[in-house]
Design a protein around this ligand. Structure first.
Ligand code: FE2
Ligand code: FE2
Length: 162
């Protein structure tokens, strides 16, 4: 793909994830409040702080591009977060609530991992070294969060089985 085609696509996708991160930032405190397990609540609170950093790194990339930091409505994240809200409503005060929250949160992380993986590859192709570094830092935190959520899910399942 010629670079002139990849540049607008990179910017568009950056706007998509910028919008998504802001929605995620708003949702995480609600998920933390809903969580029954202390471990899960702590994971959501920690990731809320990290998400602030993700937004900041994206703003740095907009600056590198000389473009204003602006989001573009992302239907995918709206859908994923709506499902999370549904779980919170429908499974409130039930033993399945945390399992539902975990599943919803992992869907969010997988979306982010997919987006950041793509953006990092495109930034590399566009020889945007600084952006590659910033995207890689966030990608590592998203992956780590996903792993933490998997561990919490597995230990909860084990505890229930015992
Ligand atoms: Fe993020
Ligand atoms: Fe995340």
């Amino acid at each position: 793909m010629p670079e002139k085609d990849l540049n607008p696509l990179f910017l568009d996708t950056l706007k998509d994830i910028y919008y998504a991160e802001k929605q995620i930032y708003k949702s995480l405190p609600k998920m933390a409040k809903a969580a029954q397990s202390d471990q899960l609540r702590a994971a959501f609170e920690k990731h809320h702080d990290e998400t602030e950093g993700h937004i900041d790194r994206l703003e740095q990339i907009f600056e590198l591009l000389g473009k204003p930091a602006r989001g573009k409505k992302c239907d995918a994240i709206e859908g994923i977060l709506d499902e999370g809200k549904e779980v919170m409503d429908e499974y409130e005060d039930t033993p399945a609530l945390d399992a539902g929250l975990l599943a919803a949160a992992q869907a969010v992380e997988h979306y982010e991992i997919s987006r950041y993986g793509t953006l990092k590859a495109w930034a590399d192709k566009l020889s945007m070294k600084e952006a590659v570094g910033l995207l890689d830092q966030t990608l590592a935190e998203e992956k780590k969060t996903d792993e933490t959520l998997t561990k919490i899910a597995v230990s909860a399942v084990n505890a229930e089985a015992a």
